[in-house]
Design a protein around this ligand. Sequence first.
Ligand code: KG4
Ligand code: ZN
Length: 358
Amino acid sequence: MIMYILGIETSCDDTGVAILEAIDNKCRLLANVVSSQIKIHAPFGGVVPSLASRAHAENLDICLKEALEINKISLSKIDLIAVTIGPGLIPCLLIGVNGAKALSYILNKPIIGVNHLEGHIVANILHETGESFESRAWLLPAIDASKKIFSFPAICLIVSGGHTQLILARQIGDYEIIGETRDDAVGEAFDKVAKLLGLGYPGGPIVAKRAEKGDDSAIDLPRPMLTTKNLDFSFSGLKTAVLYETKRNAEKLGDEKYINDICASFQRAVVDVLTRKTFRAVEKYQVKTIILSGGVAANDLLRLEMNQRAEELELFCLTPHKEFCADNAAMIALAGYFNKERAGSWRDISADANLRLD
Ligand code: KG4
Ligand code: ZN
């Protein structure tokens, strides 16, 4: 049986529409359209919710039209609508949720509300096949094929602009939050450090790039909560330590090497904490699989450290393809596919800015 799933994502600053084709238990991605708002928010050094919401409202139907046209699929062929209902910025979530509800009503098709963070987790299963499908074809499941490469239970580290969580995933759909940040999210810390160094937005990729040329032991920065027994994180102190460092050495701020060294030292401190805590969770819960997710999962040093450590311990570490680290609707359509039994009426769907995974 063929099923077409329309995915819609508007939780933060990316408008995303994707179409997933599911044939029995195999899927392929037919379209994945993302409209980024980086240019809108860059002058502010962070996402401005009211501007983001307006941009989603302007772009959602354009993205939908483009997604349908890529494979000449008519809207009437859609069998299921999957939409991010949270967590995220409420003015942004409402645009996607209301758009999806209207489509569900007009098309008389079921709708499923997706947790954005579950989307980030399952994004790990989207792999380029290079098989017989046309260019840009991404495959997931082969759910059975995926079983060969990883198994549950797994520890998921979700690191994005809004979240930093360690999750024990017993199965897709069965999650327990076992640790989380007590203040800033990791991506937020990258963005704030970039802002105070005057490097631009979004900070993560810029700081990572500058770090490549820096010495990661040049500046002594704290590793917050590294040795605490619990699995929680804290990143605001690290950001403040960078602030004090730059205040003490204000005359060096024009020095390219100094900035590179700060970026490298900051990135090293973050990766040290994330890796140590993730593997502490792995040990505690005796799992064999680690799943890295979210925008910060694009960070090369983090990917490398997690993979190396996993290899040493003969564990399996899953990292998403870089195209699917940042927010996108492909991962939302895929999460919708996995949860399709829960699909129902548009009347029962509502946005929840603080939606939790457990
Ligand atoms: O998941 P995402 O696209 O949006 C949220 O749901 O928050 O994550 C965006 C975050 C931003 O804070 C961005 O600076 C960060 O991911 N990011 C990175 C890298 N690429 C994106 N952080 C560190 N290194 C990167 N290479
Ligand atoms: Zn996200």
